[in-house]
Ligand binder design. Structure first.
Ligand code: PEP
Ligand code: MN
Length: 338
C-alpha cells in the first residue's frame, strides 16, 4: 500500500505512521519527494486492507494499493526518478554516465592501460571482472582476489570508481571492500540469496537483466534488493535470447522506455554483450542513449585480439574515444550531457 502524507507532515508524524505500519506487520519505506512524503508499506498482500485504517490519521492524505507486483521499484510509489550517487558521479541525472573497461581483469599492465584509456576517452567509472561467470568451467575464471587488488590500484591511479561483479553471497563483503558498484550478472539475476545479501549492503548495485528474464521478473529482482533496505539499484539491459543468431544476444532497447515508464530506477545499456561484435557496439550505444538510457557499460581492451574473455566485442581505446564523440552528439540531441 502507498500511504501519501499531507504536505507539511512533520518528522514526528512520519515516525508515528511508520511505527503503526510496523505494528501491523509491514515494512515501512519512506520516500521523500520534492512536494510530499510517501510511505510504501510492503509485506504480505493478504492483510493489506488493515492499512486502510491509517486514513483516519490527520497527517495522512490517502492510502491506496500498489497495483504492480513490484512495489518499491514502481513509479506508483515514487514518481521522481531515482539518482544513484557514486563519489561525485550521479547515475540517473541529466548526464549520461559511461562505465568502461575490460571484460576481465587479466594483468596489472592490461588493467592500468585500459583504465588510463577509458578515462582519457571520458568514461566516469571503470569496469572489470575479477570473478567471471563463464559458460565453460575450463574457461578463464578471473584473477579473483588478485583482480580486486588490481582494481583498487587502477582506482588510485585514475580516480575512477569501480564496478565489478560479485557472484556469491559469501563474497559480497569482500567485493564490497573494493567495488563502488556491485555488479550482479545476467546469470545471477534470480539468485535470490545473492540479491538479499547485496540489499543489506548500502553500496550501489548494477543489476543486469537475465538473458531470459521478462521486464517484470527483472523488476521483481530489483525489488529483492530494495526490500532489504538498499535503494541504490541501477538496472542494466544487456540483451536477451531470441531466435536471431546474427548477434550474440538481441539488445532489447524497448526495455529502456518500458522500464522508465514502470520504474523510477536508472537504466543503463550494455551494447557490448548485447551485440557480441565490436563493430555493432557504437551504433547500439548511440541507439541506447537515444532511447533514454541513463548510461552505458562498454568493454574496452588495449589488445582485444589477446583478451581472455569477450575479445570479439571489445573496443580498442581509439574506437572507444570515437564512440564517445558520437554518443555525445546523440546525448545533446535528447537534452542530456555526456
Ligand atoms: C560482463 O559484464 O562481463 C558479464 C559477464 O555480463 P553479463 O552478466 O551481462 O553476461
Ligand atoms: Mn564480458
Amino acid at each position: 500500500m502507498i500511504i501519501v502524507l499531507k504536505s507539511g507532515a512533520t518528522e514526528t508524524e512520519v515516525a508515528d505512521v511508520c511505527q503503526r505500519i510496523t505494528a501491523m506487520g509491514y515494512s515501512p519505506h519512506t520516500i521523500r519527494g520534492a512536494l510530499r512524503t510517501v510511505i510504501g508499506a510492503v509485506g504480505d498482500d493478504r492483510g493489506k486492507e488493515r492499512l486502510r485504517s491509517l486514513e483516519s490519521i490527520a497527517c495522512v492524505e490517502s492510502v491506496t494499493p500498489i497495483l504492480k507486483p513490484y512495489k518499491l521499484a514502481s513509479r506508483e510509489v515514487r514518481q521522481e526518478s531515482t539518482e544513484v550517487r557514486v563519489g561525485d558521479v550521479t547515475i540517473g541525472g541529466r548526464s549520461i554516465v559511461v562505465m568502461a573497461g575490460p571484460c576481465s581483469v587479466e594483468s596489472r599492465l592490461q588493467l592500468l592501460d585500459s583504465a588510463a584509456a577509458v578515462k582519457a576517452g571520458g568514461a566516469r567509472i571503470l569496469r572489470g571482472g575479477a570473478f567471471k561467470p563463464r559458460t565453460s568451467p575450463y574457461a578463464f575464471q578471473g584473477l579473483e582476489d588478485e583482480g580486486l587488488k588490481l582494481l583498487a590500484e587502477a582506482k588510485r591511479e585514475t580516480g575512477l570508481p569501480i564496478v565489478t561483479e560479485v557472484m556469491e553471497p559469501e563474497k559480497v563483503d569482500l567485493v564490497a571492500e573494493y567495488a563502488d558498484i556491485l555488479q550482479i550478472g545476467a546469470r545471477n539475476v534470480q539468485n535470490f540469496s545473492l540479491l538479499r545479501r547485496v540489499g543489506e549492503i548500502g553500496k550501489p548495485v548494477l543489476l543486469k537483466r537475465g538473458m531470459a528474464t521478462t521486464i517484470q521478473e527483472w523488476l521483481l529482482s530489483a525489488e529483492y534488493v530494495l526490500a532489504r533496505g538498499n535503494p541504490n539499484v541501477i538496472l542494466c539491459e544487456r540483451g536477451i535470447r531470441t531466435f536471431e543468431a546474427a548477434t550474440r544476444f538481441t539488445l532489447d532497447l524497448n526495455a529502456v522506455p518500458v522500464v522508465k515508464k514502470l520504474s523510477h530506477l536508472p537504466v543503463v545499456v550494455d551494447p557490448s554483450h548485447g551485440t557480441g561484435h565490436w563493430d555493432l557496439v557504437e551504433p547500439m550505444a548511440m541507439a541506447g542513449v537515444a532511447a533514454g538510457a541513463d548510461g552505458l557499460i562498454i568493454e574496452v581492451h588495449p589488445k582485444p585480439e589477446e583478451a581472455m574473455s569477450d575479445g570479439p566485442q571489445s573496443l580498442k581505446p581509439e574506437r572507444f574515444a570515437a564512440l564517445m564523440e558520437r554518443v555525445r552528439r546523440i546525448a545533446q540531441a535528447v537534452d542530456r550531457d555526456l
